[in-house]
Design a protein around this ligand. Structure first.
Ligand SMILES: Cc1ncc(COP(=O)(O)O)c(C=O)c1O
Length: 426
């Protein structure tokens, strides 16, 4: 077969704010080959999207096309393929910029995922700005990825990690949050959407309260970017992190958005190729943004796949996705609330695509195992949010999380599965 070398396509069109009409879930399902897999001989009902989402054909094709036609190392070559690969990689950056509505492409740093993005900020901004007696403020609903990097920093710097509490519904207590902001607070780090509860945090208020005191805000957007329109300029946050693999893209690629003035002032993260401007044994000078933070060969194919994923989501329209997941959430919440012995964990007013629950007398892992036999994939455990589980007095929950391709009949399958669990453990 003759391979056709292509020039990279232009950054994807982002269709934000479209009306939620014409959302054809069956057509969308046909874009995801994995949905045809049978699990234990049953039709697969994939409700583990908060852990990772499935990949549409366009993403799979973009990655293989990259390796078939464009593969070379980037930035350092003058040859045809290297220029092509570089253009693909930088085009992906522009797509991310447009998707998040960042002011400049150099504010988009490619990393491995949300975890690495947060660690990058902790190890660079954090280590240069936080000192003895300072504080970092997080919330009680953070993923371990937005707890442990700050604990490591605070341990090293003899600083304090402060935690804003949540109420019984899993909503941030804003007045408590504000009370914990002080002249010692050097950074606020907060989830946009809680992975364990689905709570959407009131970021406008959080950013306003922090900025009034000149405190920068890092937002962990791992669960928001796949589910809702995100506009970092409108949010006004200083850093924003997300993972490609939860956003219908590949594993191994993610993004740190940072305001350029902050990124400029931060020391580099890792040392190596590409992040330098010049090196002698006496002194190294660093590359301009964003390359200062991208040491070594990046996940080029991952960036290409992420671009394809964001183009795909842009075509569906983030408002449409958000409204589809809200419908599923409402349907599932209503149905599950009526089942005796089932307790929903996380009932915030502002919530998206995640239903967490426990069942009286039945361990979540047992529930997950019975559901799995029915072909239903859910996540059971602490969801990397152990302090939040402690807050609700549980070790673990069952979490069903929705994606662009889920349907009401899959929610009904989940409800039948829960009834089956009750029969098995009666
Ligand atoms: C809210 C949140 N933050 C951070 C992460 C970490 O993402 P990753 O493992 O892709 O780095 C996750 C993953 O579940 C998450 O849900």
């Amino acid at each position: 077969m003759t391979k056709v070398l292509r020039m990279p396509s232009s950054p994807g069109k982002v269709a934000l704010g479209e009306p939620p009409s014409g959302y054809d879930v069956e057509r969308i399902r046909a874009d995801f080959p994995i949905l045809d897999v049978k699990a234990h001989g049953q039709t697969l009902v994939y409700l583990d999207n908060a852990a990772t989402s499935q990949k549409p054909r366009t993403v799979i094709d973009a990655i293989s096309r990259y390796y078939e036609c464009d593969n070379a190392n980037i930035h350092r070559g003058v040859h045809y393929l290297s220029e092509l690969a570089t253009a693909e990689f930088e085009s992906a950056r522009k797509t991310v910029q447009s998707f998040l509505n960042a002011a400049r492409p150099e504010e988009i740093v490619f990393v491995r995922g949300a975890t690495e993005a947060i660690n990058l900020v902790a190890q660079t901004y954090g280590r240069s700005q936080v000192s003895t007696g300072d504080e970092v403020l997080i919330t009680a609903m953070e993923h371990h990825s937005n707890i442990v990097p700050w604990q490591l920093l605070c341990d090293e710097k003899h600083a304090r990690l402060e935690v804003a509490p949540v109420n019984e519904k899993g909503e941030l207590l804003l007045s408590e949050f504000e009370r914990l902001l002080s002249s010692r607070t050097k950074l606020v780090a907060i989830a946009h959407v809680s992975n364990a509860l689905g709570t959407i945090n009131p970021l406008a208020a959080v950013v306003e309260m922090a900025h009034r005191r000149k405190i920068p805000v890092l937002v962990d957007g791992a669960q928001a970017v796949p589910r809702m329109p995100v506009d970092v300029q409108n949010l006004g946050c200083d850093f924003y992190a997300f993972s490609g693999h939860k956003t219908y893209g590949p594993t191994g690629i993610g993004v740190l958005y940072g305001k350029s003035a902050l990124l400029e002032a931060m020391p580099p993260y890792q040392g190596g190729g590409d992040m330098i401007s010049s090196v002698t044994f006496e002194k190294t000078t660093y590359n301009r943004l964003p390359y200062k933070f991208e040491a070594g060969t990046p996940d080029i194919a991952g960036a290409v796949g992420l671009k394809a994923a964001l183009d795909y989501l842009g075509d569906l329209g983030m408002e449409n996705i958000s409204s589809h997941e809200s419908d599923l959430l409402e349907y599932a919440t209503e149905a599950i609330s009526t089942i005796p012995g089932v307790r929903l964990i996380g009932t915030a007013k502002e919530k998206t695509g995640v239903v967490s629950f426990v069942m009286e007398g039945i361990h979540p892992h047992d529930i997950g195992t019975v559901l799995d036999q029915e072909g239903i994939a859910v996540r059971t455990g602490h969801h990397c949010a152990q302090p939040l589980m402690d807050r609700f007095g549980v070790d673990a929950t069952v979490r069903a999380s929705f994606g662009v391709y889920n349907t009401k009949s899959e929610v009904e399958a989940l409800i039948r599965g829960i009834q089956r669990v009750k029969e098995v453990f009666a």
